[in-house]
Design a protein around this ligand. Structure first.
Ligand code: NAD
Length: 375
């Protein structure tokens, strides 16, 4: 499907479903981890401009926030992910906590080239980023994975880590009993040869090789656990600390560990790094990846990947799905923007001779709308 400078390619939930069904979850995750590793290794801050995100947070009509996460690849594209965090969604509205779309703009013209689902893609890319950080920082023979918070992100954390580590046991905990009960059913699709066990947080911290914390803990309610024993090489992917005042890990654990943020400027405002002085914060993930030999010793030490989420991850996952869509001839081309045939006349489409046709087509559209909304 060739993209014109008038059409927007919409890659919707059903296209994502078709891609995952056709390509397979493991193949997609492996490809994504590969593409993201390459992009992180080649990251150049002069070529890819990533400002810290901004947004609105509120308590009415529901507790939540909507943020924009922009990226500009100089001379090439501009991508913005709009992402909402509404932790009451699963219980009250039967929707995911994280709801999102990714918009891809043409920097030659400002035209919206594509609009892609960001819900599934965010979960995938967050898992992939943890897998990459863990490959660098966690013990390579890690067999026991702890999951604290067993919602949507936990599933892709597990999936991504299972592609890198020889996992034998998954120990999990969520504050919500129903979420604990449904966990094994939700991960069954991954068909992992692992034993699953629900355990208290302290037990998870004491015995896991790697932990992913992905909770919707409230602002000011952290940490998830107090000072307690852990393996000398425990690596934690801290996923849920991504808002001012919202943290998951105890300061003692952070101080005992090498803390590697994904995006330092953002992590000091929103991540676990909020709790640390500058001298307690390690090098960022890109730096560590580019200087891998220098950081290899960390695999035997306590480490934390402070993941607040990067638009670069959104770009990589979006590009991957757009490439699959092109190959599979998927997606819908829509003229969202009113692109004038006469660039200097916004009213170009008001043509007297076409008024009757347009009124008739409006009636058809209204009937279609009513039909859609009645079913
Ligand atoms: N770093 C990133 O790039 C990134 C990306 C996506 C989401 N996130 C964050 O990850 C977190 C989880 O997102 P999700 O989509 O899985 O949400 P979710 O609502 O599906 O799951 C969150 C789970 O945390 C549980 N929880 C809340 N407080 C807890 C506590 N004190 N102890 C144990 N469990 C607790 C909830 O019961 C829920 O099941 C959110 O904070 C979100 O903002 C981060």
């Amino acid at each position: 499907m060739s993209l014109s400078n008038r059409h927007t390619l919409v890659l919707s939930a059903s296209d994502v479903e078709a891609i995952v069904t056709e390509v397979g979850m493991d193949e997609i995750m492996d490809q994504l981890i590969g593409n993201m590793t390459e992009a992180f290794n080649n990251f150049d801050a002069n070529k890819t401009i990533i400002p810290t995100r901004s947004g609105f947070n509120y308590t009415q009509p529901e507790l939540g926030l909507i943020e924009w996460m922009p990226l500009h690849d100089v001379g090439d594209k501009m991508v913005v992910k709009m992402v909402g965090y509404h932790p009451n969604n699963p219980k009250k509205y039967d929707l995911p906590t994280i709801v999102s779309t990714i918009s891809n703009y043409d920097t030659k013209t400002g035209h919206l080239k594509s609009l892609v689902d960001g819900v599934f893609l965010t979960a995938l890319r967050t898992g992939s980023a943890s897998a990459i950080a863990s490959k660098l920082l966690a013990h390579p023979k890690s067999e026991t994975l702890g999951l604290i918070g067993c919602g949507a992100q936990a599933i892709t954390q597990l999936h991504a880590l299972s592609r890198i580590f020889p996992l034998k046991k998954v120990i999990f905990y969520d504050i919500d009993e129903a979420t604990c009960q449904s966990f094994k059913n939700r991960v069954a699709i991954l068909e992992l040869p692992v034993e699953y066990e629900l355990q208290p947080i302290e037990q998870i911290v004491a015995t896991a090789d790697i932990i992913c914390t992905a909770t919707s803990i409230d602002i000011g309610e952290g940490p998830l656990f107090e000072k307690c024993p852990s393996k000398d090489h425990l690596h934690i992917n801290a996923i849920g600390s991504d808002f001012p005042g919202k943290t998951e890990l105890p300061i003692d654990f952070l101080k005992q560990s090498y803390v590697c943020p994904d995006f330092p400027d953002q992590a000091i405002k929103e991540g676990e790094c909020q709790q640390l002085a500058a001298e307690d914060i390690g090098k960022d993930l890109f730096y560590c990846m580019k200087n891998v030999a220098q950081f290899k010793h960390l695999q035997k030490e306590r480490t934390v990947f402070d993941s607040t989420g990067l638009p670069l991850e959104d770009l990589i996952v979006m590009d991957l799905f757009l490439a699959y869509a092109e190959k599979m001839k998927l997606g819908q081309l829509i003229e969202i923007e009113t692109m004038s045939e006469d660039a200097k006349n916004p009213y170009h489409f008001v043509k007297k001779e076409r008024t009757i046709d347009i009124k008739q087509s409006l009636k058809i559209k209204q009937l279609e709308y009513l039909e859609r909304n009645e079913t």
